[in-house]
Design a protein around this ligand. Structure first.
Ligand code: HEC
Length: 161
């Protein structure tokens, strides 16, 4: 009779409830178990806090490729497909291939901060647009892969999860 249908409805609403809870956790800056949340009081990192932050995601080919795909989806409108910000230049977006020109720091934690919390006047925060903080670390790894060879980290063979 109604039993099966009811049970399915119940299962659906429990599933939806869990999605809502997960969404609320993301929106409030809460992180999934595999992420280390990093924040000061207002949820944004200071430059000093960012400098101390170490990436939990090894600089591996796998991470760089993930970061590249995210970059293509989210960042090219301002920084351009080549990340040089020359063709699609928006409000002085930084040439991301030239770390000497960066204004908000080039340590892994500072890159994470620029992407997650925004940088300068016109770089928007991407905190709410990524599913998990690992996405940001992957993008940071991709950006570092664009740098001149002597400035790149050593490639790790480890997989990132
Ligand atoms: C709406 C345009 C816009 C989008 C979209 C955008 N950026 Fe930016 N970005 C900027 C601007 C403008 C700056 C320079 C900010 C400043 O004045 O310091 C910047 C700066 C940065 C910096 C700091 C560089 C420095 O000078 O230290 C990083 C890192 C960065 N962007 C990465 C990204 C990544 C990764 C994405 C995609 C997730 C992205 N940006 C998307 C406009 C954008």
């Amino acid at each position: 009779m109604m039993g099966a249908l009811f049970r399915r409805r119940l299962a659906t609403s429990i599933a939806l409830g869990m999605v809502a809870i997960a969404g609320a956790m993301l929106a409030s800056g809460g992180a999934a178990a595999d992420d280390k949340p990093a924040k000061s009081d207002d949820g944004r990192l200071t430059r000093e806090e960012a400098k101390k932050l170490k990436t939990p995601v090894p600089y591996s080919k796998e991470s760089i490729v993930r970061g590249k795909n995210l970059y293509i989806r989210k960042c090219t409108e301002c920084h351009g497909a080549d990340a040089k910000s020359q063709v699609d230049v928006v409000a002085n977006a930084t040439d991301l291939t030239e770390p000497k020109l960066w204004k908000s720091g080039t340590s892994e934690g500072e890159i994470f901060r620029s992407i997650r919390d925004g940088a300068g006047e016109a770089m928007p925060p991407f905190k709410a647009e990524v599913e998990k903080e690992k996405d940001i670390w992957d993008m940071a790894n991709f950006l570092r892969s664009l740098w001149p060879a002597p400035m790149r980290p050593k490639l790790s063979e480890a997989t990132s999860h």
